[in-house]
Design a protein around this ligand. Sequence first.
Ligand code: NAI
Ligand code: A1CAB
Length: 279
Amino acid sequence: MEDQKQILFLGAGSMAEAILSGLLSNTQTTADRIHVINLKNTERIRRLEEKYRVLSPRNKREAIHNADTVILAMKPNDMGSALQQWGSCFSSGQCVISVAAGISTRFIEERIPARTAVIRAMPNTSSMVGASATALCRGQDADDSDLQEAIRIFSSIGTTVVVEEKDMDAVTGLSGSGPAYIYYLVEALEQAGISAGLTPPVARRLTLQTLMGAARMLAETGEEPAELRRKVTSPGGTTMAGLETLAQHHFQESLILAVQRARQRSKELGSTFASPAAR
Ligand SMILES: NC(=O)C1=CN([C@@H]2O[C@H](COP(=O)(O)OP(=O)(O)OC[C@H]3O[C@@H](n4cnc5c(N)ncnc54)[C@H](O)[C@@H]3O)[C@@H](O)[C@H]2O)C=CC1
Ligand SMILES: O=C(O)[C@@H]1CCC=N1
């Protein structure tokens, strides 16, 4: 049965937890079909075992070999050593999915047995509440069924889009890092409210509801953001005054530059770890 594939997480940090909790809550995958392996933090593994009833295999190499899907969920700078440690246990019938920022499918393919399917995914931390925006792309040996399995997994923690690998750095800069930009915006709005005399709880409540209301308007009305913005903005009114100040301080340009810089950083991470010295 499709949902009863054996899924193994190599790297059991926060992203692994978000994905496995989504799988358990929103698909038919059961905890006995999920294995978790971490580098050293046994306390962390114990917590995941207790909370989700997932399993930490005794024979790690065998478990990796027997898994249908292996999810690589370690930090990008640990990927090279992890694949050196475990890469020979992989097998060509498997689907290997990496969530590591900047690491190419090629980098992984070169370190595991030939013709093993590799999918690269870029989720975001909203996966913790089932609201990730995840982009997926396939490596040279991944076929439609591998992609479908990845879509199944990441649909359990939010929405998915399939892109070409050349676009993964852009995705990382936009939706991978994106939640942080939004939180930064929320911090600023709250701070502005407090500076203007509101209590912190009132500033927070108004800011959060404004954020969620605007997000729902975008999602549910289907109207263009510029049109929704226009509807808030009365000629000569308060919003116009506020927006003019944002424009004077290069609000849009700042965000565009932030996404561009994060995209560039994703490329840098990729080339750093793909360099011969890092192998
Ligand atoms: N935090 C975010 O917003 C996002 C993170 N990512 C990516 O997700 C990946 C994981 O991030 P987090 O979960 O935040 O990291 P984390 O640090 O919480 O977890 C990584 C885990 O990998 C384990 N690990 C390291 N080397 C290992 C090895 N050789 N064998 C087995 N386990 C090993 C570590 O012990 C650690 O528990 C990163 O590559 C990151 O780029 C992707 C999308 C969004
Ligand atoms: O900051 C990072 O490198 C990771 C990748 C995307 C979000 N967090």
